[in-house]
Design a protein. Structure first.
Length: 112
């Protein structure tokens, strides 16, 4: 998906056996294909499942930076261990110079 081949990405996601990872991938692809409503719907399902970081990735690909940082702040307050993957996420790469990103790294005690 990071390479931009959405057809190949969708095929791989359809084979994913883990429902959370499958939904995360489907939400990301939906946003990248321009179906923001579907992407946000999937992200909201993930929020209900307490998969906050995965939902934030989808919101970011759908272009809602404010919601991304709201979710990341919530995850940081909850000490969500998924935030340890923040710096590895290609879907979040464009946020790495945002002061709010750096603040969350500090709160989590992660290297800047």
């Amino acid at each position: 998906m990071a390479k931009g081949d959405l057809t190949e990405a969708r095929q791989a996601i359809e084979r994913e056996p883990h429902p959370v990872w499958k939904n995360n991938g489907l939400g990301m692809v939906a946003c990248m294909e321009g179906d923001k409503a579907q992407g946000i719907s999937i992200a909201n399902e993930l929020i209900e499942q307490r998969e906050i970081f995965n939902a934030a990735e989808i919101y970011n690909l759908c272009g809602d930076t404010g919601k991304v940082f709201e979710l990341l702040q919530q995850a940081a307050e909850d000490r969500d261990p998924a935030l340890t993957e923040m710096k590895l996420s290609w879907a979040m790469a464009m946020l790495r110079h945002d002061p709010r990103w750096l603040e969350i790294l500090k709160v989590m005690g992660l290297p800047i």
